[in-house]
Design a protein around this ligand. Structure first.
Ligand SMILES: [Zn+2]
Length: 334
């Protein structure tokens, strides 16, 4: 598009269209509504438990009954779905609770679908919360803590299957192992779950913005870091290659994580592939705004909404955010 051919000052005055709120609304290019938000929630065993996460004000580890309440509240504001993470009672070196029939996520899914059948239930599929060492896959003995790719795939597929069998509407693998989408797709299909969509964390970067999440999900690695499987933050072509592979393996939707520091990646993924694309506004993005707002340095509502708009403008069809319920309420209240 050649902008110079479209007119010049003084015939052209862009400020004419900024004079009144209603006019600004008419020509607004990007929309944001509650139906485009997904609320992540942390499930832990018990009843009536709401344990605050210190580094994420307003976020709690919740027992399944409280998850139902929280999802219901969010739905009243128009948020269509939740993304579940599990904090199991016990951890081991095979992440057994990740695929236990009565694991914490599986129980919570069943309870949610029983009480709120219309709530879209997405489940995060990973092993780190369930592994005693906190890594996202099986750690090979004697190889300096390297996470083994191929043996991990079977466990991820089992976890996704157990979530779908419990009633999860969408499974969302976040581990960044190569080939996990294909492994999950084949396993679901073999078990009569060909209609269960996969939202892949296609481009998940090794990010310091995940810091507060590790408190929330109690999933910090005991040794090393996740740079052997999560992506290098400097790479965008690799993000496109990762996305292409996930789509070829059967991903129905793709996600970029984190959001704010990777908006160019969101934009490239959306424009290159044109497939349903999500952005995950991660814990660090949330906590930075909360902390600055608590000090009176930023207007929480305005900054949060501005951030959400930036993700939509970059090309995200929907946004996973800890602020989902608040944002939905702000949008409704106007
Ligand atoms: Zn993980």
């Amino acid at each position: 598009m050649s902008f110079s051919a479209l007119g010049q000052f003084p015939a052209c005055r862009p400020r004419r269209l900024r004079q009144w709120p209603a006019l600004r609304g008419l020509v607004r290019e990007t929309s944001l509504n509650a139906g485009q938000l997904v609320l992540p929630l942390f499930a832990r065993p018990g009843r009536k438990i709401r344990q605050p996460v210190a580094s994420m004000p307003g976020v709690f580890q919740l027992s399944p009954d409280e998850i139902v309440r929280e999802a219901e509240k969010a739905r009243q504001w128009g948020v269509p779905g939740v993304l579940l993470f599990g904090i199991p009672e016990t951890k081991d070196e095979m992440a057994s609770d990740a695929y236990a029939r009565n694991g914490i996520v599986q129980q919570t899914v069943r309870l949610l679908k029983k009480h709120l059948p219309d709530c879209l239930v997405l489940t995060d599929v990973c092993l780190c919360e369930y592994m005693s060492h906190g890594h996202c896959g099986i750690v090979e003995k004697g190889k300096g803590g390297r996470v083994a790719n191929d043996p991990t795939l079977a466990l991820l597929a089992r976890a996704a299957l157990s979530h779908a069998e419990a009633g999860a509407d969408i499974v969302a693998p976040s581990d960044m192992m190569d080939g996990r989408v294909a492994a999950i797709r084949q396993t679901l299909d073999r078990h009569g779950l060909a209609d269960t969509p996969i939202l892949s964390y296609a481009a998940k970067f090794a990010s310091a913005y995940y810091g507060p999440f590790r408190d929330a999900a109690e999933s910090a690695p005991r040794f090393g870091d996740r740079r052997g499987y999560q992506m290098d933050g400097a790479n965008v072509l690799e993000a496109l290659r990762e996305t292409a592979m996930d789509l070829q393996e059967g991903a129905d939707m793709v996600m970029v994580k984190p959001a704010l520091a990777y908006l160019d990646v969101v934009h490239r993924v959306k424009t290159e592939f044109g497939r349903p694309t999500a952005a995950y506004a991660v814990s660090g993005e949330y906590s930075m705004i909360k902390a600055a707002a608590a000090k009176g340095w930023l207007d929480e509502r305005a900054v949060t909404l501005e951030s959400m708009f930036s993700m939509r403008r970059a090309g995200a069809d929907f946004i996973v955010t800890y602020s989902a319920a608040e944002v939905a309420r702000w949008l409704k209240e106007g």
